[in-house]
Write a protein that binds this ligand. Sequence first.
Ligand code: ADP
Ligand code: MG
Length: 545
Amino acid sequence: MPTREVGRTADVSFEDLGIVPAICSALVEMGFEEPSPIQVQAVPALLAGRDVVGQAQTGTGKTAAFAIPALQRLSADGPRPQVLVLTPTRELALQVAEEVSRIGAHIGAREAAIYGGQPIERQIRALRAGVDVVVGTPGRLLDHLRRATLRLSGIRFVVLDEGDEMLDMGFIDDIETILQALPEGRQTALFSATVPPPIQRLTQRYLRDPIVLRATPEHLVAPLIEQAYYEVRGMDRATALCRILDVEDISRAIVFCRTKRGVDELAAVLQARGYPCEAIHGDMAQPQRDRAMARFRDGAGELLVATDVAARGLDIEGVSHVINYDIAQSPEQHVHRIGRTGRAGRAGIALTLIGPREWKQLRAFAEVTGARIVRRIVPTEADVALAARDSFRRQLAEALQADDLGAFVDLAQELAEEYPAVRVAAAAIKIAMDGARPAAEAAGAAERDHGGDGRAGPRQSPGDSQRLFVNVGSRQGVQAADVVRAVGAGTGLPPAAVSAVDVHEDFTFIEVPRDQAAAAIAGLRRWRVAGRPVNAEPARPRGSG
Ligand code: ADP
Ligand code: MG
């Protein structure tokens, strides 16, 4: 079998791969900027009707690599279902079905996820209603076959997703049974992070002259910089990022997100929480991008949130940190990103946030590049407070060394005659540390050299309202009305008191009267979404606790 190595792919667009406009526009809405390497190789091969074995690490976009051609090759008048995707777990079945639904949004395709643990009657009803794409776990699919509630005679495209995991879970016999029940002449694709021998044998038996694509990264050399990762669990990613920003000594940081939408959302949440930042991605007009870059370059902004495409080719001095808010999709991309820091002999640091499923991917990056990526724990609120205290202490020590205290000394002396000197100092510290600095003053670029200090104040809410950040959004099925209800339930606040509800994918902003903010937060924290407690906090300036 010929094997094609999937390497770096320069400037290929989704259109270039022969993807129809209805799907391209869905990909744009999903915030995808360009195809990943495995997509560049697999999509045209599958569109041409070939069987494909696609081997690439976790997180490299294998789902879209098969979902795009599977959807594009649907025929309107064929029998249903036409596409069958086998996945190892219920979570993956749901994830794949979700991605299929988003990619197929404009072609009116219908999909169903079929997995154990859900009432079978509901699935039977869904199947009977007619679906184009069935995504399921092997056990439950076999169940439906035995009950004759799923007919495979119309299947023209079958995908074995995450083949190695299916092997690990002992599904290999079930898979064979299902494959044998499928019509001859169908198209078959297998995607997997690794191809152990039993999976290899499966491809030899059930795939016809497949094109084998393997993303084997060439040996890569990671720049010699410090690398660390944080496993984020039990809190939202934005909160973790803010805490990290609070304790790290940052002069300039580039924060990478996977999608354009991700950049917009993260920039919005950072702004709202009082972390001024610039954002760039491929949907922005060039002049707009140039302006953002200019502000970042000349120090008016210390954070740049970017997609990989937008950040490509940027050479910026003095980047102390690269932060992978979303983990890279290939070792090459990871190396590319982290190379933005530590230039010209200066030390840099690359930090990567990972979710529970991204651990393997990170380890692969470390292996391929021979780099050490050390584990770090997301700072707690106490760590943040401590860091703010330390940094204030340093500033104060510097000010004590300087000779320009003259005017202040008089006032201090005056106060010291009236109050104990220690209390005078303590009161001054309290005012300095509590006070949200007026934005105009703090925006002065000159004061930004000390990591952790001199930032702009919070985005001012009009009048006497307080903007709150709530860590659930549309992806968790939350709608504006739910948030209003949750606030009301805890506090008796009338719905009208909650204004400006702004629901994003993973979080929501609301505004409430300032004197009711504490009650609203308490109410929101009693709220459960999908069984999990919700967190709410003021959208506030950093460093104030
Ligand atoms: P894999 O199956 O290889 O582990 P997934 O298909 O689950 O990876 O993709 C990982 C993440 O990357 C998903 O959130 C997916 O929506 C996103 N993704 C896939 N392709 C692209 C792309 N071309 N650009 C941006 N994000 C993408
Ligand atoms: Mg996958």
